[in-house]
Write a protein that binds this ligand. Sequence first.
Ligand code: ZN
Length: 197
Amino acid sequence: MSDDDLTTGGTVRPITRWGTPVMHQPTKPVTVFDDELRSFVRDMFATMEAASGVGLAATQVGDDRSIFVYACPDDDDVVHVGVVCNPVVTLPDGKDRNLESTEEGCLSLPGGYAPLARPDIAHCAGLDAFGEPVEIDGTGLLARCLQHETDHLGGTVFGDRLSARSRKKLYEHHEELAHLYPDDWPVTPKKRSAIDQ
Ligand code: ZN
């Protein structure tokens, strides 16, 4: 059975916001790979899709297990879909290390974007929702996604990686658009802005 089977049939859950304690603490390793876990993964896929995200960590739906889902394009626009429990990211160093600065956002701080330099390739290893080993090599947005989601599971949000000045701007962008996102978003969809209409 592949993880792709878990991308459907889930229930959309409210997305937890920055400032909620679970988002700023390290998560616990997944040790039980049962139907409850796979049902939770389905809910994570449903929530990510409802929010038009490319990745979602368990902490973003208020759960403290080390697990994330993704449906994210790489540098060649190939969309990769999967789930990783207990992820470990390895980044290149030496001459293979190239930093790329791109606007980054987070479903848990909706509307906020800020440029952040990260390595342009990333390797991620962990276990799937059945406890089988998985490995992903990411380029482009997928490389960024693997780093961003694994950060979440260590209790780090991308604002933690910004300068104080850049972080202030990020919060200003978020504040401008926050009124469009209901408290239980994406259970209740995003409101349309004047620009959308
Ligand atoms: Zn995030």
